[in-house]
Design a protein around this ligand. Structure first.
Ligand SMILES: Cc1cc2nc3c(=O)[nH]c(=O)nc-3n(C[C@H](O)[C@H](O)[C@H](O)COP(=O)(O)OP(=O)(O)OC[C@H]3O[C@@H](n4cnc5c(N)ncnc54)[C@H](O)[C@@H]3O)c2cc1C
Length: 223
């Protein structure tokens, strides 16, 4: 072994994205303590909004009353999707109701990250903790996590929620998924007097370009 062991922990979750925080909260609800190790120095919300469909809301409801209800307060229920197809001077429009699909709302990613984090016991998340690589302790069959600060942690249970380029997936020798390379711009527009748009997701397509818009709140729209 090339590092001394500084700490022994039962359950370590890599890391503090949506999946890591939701997993930590689900374990907490079952009375299980875990430690979340996140490489960023603070909660990190990449991107703008995220559309959550009925199955996502069911999962959030399971995390306890607080999380889903806090998120619903800040996310309009979308009723329809309006698909617009542009081809030269031609324009085709299709309107589909979400009534058969169930609850769909566009949530601000920062809200989605903050809601479960607020319900976790203080000290659950360790910020600035990047896991460089994971090895197996052949004596105990536990995992050894090597951190960027030179520290080493031994974890009885290791849960990998570290997204693309996962060090846990590397340890498990899982083949990474191929990501599509595309150029994406996301953001919000704030309308101080309210936007007045219908409660619908609008998707406009021309050739290989897709432009999407959805209201998040009465004064905020996500593109
Ligand atoms: C720019 C962008 C915009 C997106 N927008 C949308 C959208 O609008 N709608 C939508 O549905 N999906 C969107 N996605 C996809 C969506 O982000 C992912 O499906 C979702 O974030 C996956 O959540 P996750 O918790 O699994 O991983 P992530 O959100 O990727 O979280 C992984 C976390 O792990 C941390 N981490 C990684 N490696 C380590 C390590 N070695 N040690 C410690 N910490 C580590 C990272 O800092 C990060 O906080 C977007 C993705 C990107 C990149």
């Amino acid at each position: 072994m090339d590092h001394a062991i500084f700490e022994d922990l039962d359950v370590v979750i890599v890391s503090g994205g949506i999946c890591g925080l939701a997993t930590a909260l689900a374990l907490h609800r079952e009375g299980m303590k875990s430690v979340v190790m996140e490489r960023s120095e603070a909660l990190r919300a990449t991107g703008g909004g995220i559309a959550i469909q009925a199955n996502g809301w069911r999962a959030l409801d399971e995390l306890g009353l607080g999380v889903a209800s806090k998120l619903r307060l800040n996310a309009i229920l979308l009723e329809k999707v309006r698909d617009i197809f542009l081809n030269g001077s031609k324009r085709l429009e299709e309107l589909t109701s979400f009534s058969n699909i169930g609850e769909i709302r566009c949530v601000k990613r920062s809200d989605l990250i903050e809601a479960p984090a607020q319900d976790l016991p203080l000290g659950t998340i360790g910020f600035g903790c990047q896991i460089l690589y994971v090895k197996l302790d052949t004596n105990s069959c536990f995992t050894i996590l090597h951190l960027n600060n030179g520290n080493t942690i031994r974890a009885k249970v290791l849960i990998g929620c570290d997204g693309a380029n996962s060090v846990v997936a590397d340890f498990l020798e899982l083949k990474p998924m191929k990501l599509h390379s595309s150029c994406v711009v996301r953001g919000f527009t704030y309308f101080p007097n309210g936007h007045g748009f219908a409660h619908e997701l609008v998707r406009t397509r021309r050739d290989n370009t897709l432009f999407g818009m959805a209201p998040v709140k009465e004064k905020v729209k996500c593109v």
